[in-house]
Design a protein around this ligand. Sequence first.
Ligand code: HSE
Length: 435
Amino acid sequence: MPKPRPLRIGMLGMGTVGTGVAVLLQNSAHILSHRAGRELQLVKVLVKNPSKTRDTPIHGFKLASSVEDITRDPDIDVVVEVVGGTGWAFDAMAQALANGKDVVTANKAVLATRGGELFDFARSHGRCVAFEASVGGGIPIIGAIQRGLSANRILGIQGILNGTCNYILTRMTDDHLDYPTALKGAQDLGFAEADPTLDVNGTDAAHKLAVLAHLAMDTTLGVDSISRRGIDELDPLDIRFAGELGYTIRLLAEIWCDPDGIISHVSPVLLRKTTPLAQVRGGFNAVRVIGDAVGETLFYGAGAGRMPTASAVVSDLVELASSRDGFMAATSRLWRDSPSPPLLPQDKLRSRYYLRLHVLDRPGVMAEVSGVLASHSISIASVIQHETIDQPNISQVQMVIMTHLAPAGKFLDAVRSLDSLGCVLAKAVHYPVGE
Ligand code: HSE
């Protein structure tokens, strides 16, 4: 029998993930071709800086002179995009599709913001787009939702979807590092985006949540419609108080199906230290998916970094090489205009809350604060206020309150009233408490 034709790959980008893809294709060539039923050949790569010395010896491919040198090369079957960003990367993928190439991408920002355009483009050219690496790094969560859980109505997704934030939070909690030192550690480990602002302000997690929400709930959420808070304003004081109360702070991306619609947010959330998501540490990610038939599922693994993300990209290549049918079917179905369940406003969220108030330490303050909460029907579950006896000249104190379940709308009204009290010295700090 004649040897099957190799799958010829062109790659845009040779940064952290691109290097991992090249290494994996080189070092695991034998096993990959066995699984794919044909050879996976990296033939050409577009690098930003050809003279840069790389820490890993990789060879066997040509350097492209331009993006067109890859997207228009008739000898290339599939283009891997691992550059990131939404402008240049989108144009390059569209060009590849228009020239008859399939596309494998790790680009959650493009999917979340321009998924409709990209998939329309792929459909009109009869090509497909694979994107396992876009969410959860090495965790095969895209395939799990699209195939493994396709018998379910997905009721909720709760995820730690940003490795950089989880690494920072873990180091700040366990090793009492300050924020800049912990961020530098995450960057050194290759977790962070080129612009880490997108990681720490919750945008990267919101992009990933939008992708998962689309797959799981047939909803196309504009990223700006996902309420989001990052960890860039998190005060170490709140990590400490949360710990004292038996909680750990994690950046969660959540979406829940309600009978009236769906509700989603990205926010630092207090989780009981014993819950599985609270125990996800360092650059790891975890995604809890609740289906009506399967019940609870939990997916865990390295959410960022060179080889885990390369694992997802190369798995897509193996599947493309062996059978494109699944990807073609997904491409024909996804990011089409279809009726979506309505997105409910944030004030419909019901949660318990952590609330920290910097207040004057004088008679009647506790009564004033609890009076405001009572007038908004918010019930207090616990209070911490430490003596400042060792600082007799400071008549100010931190008051930390955990509430019972409350509607977000009422809670935020109460916070506005508290902020206007004379005894409250700084804007109240508050986070939801997770289930
Ligand atoms: N910057 C991302 C993270 C990795 O820290 O999780 C790529 O999605």
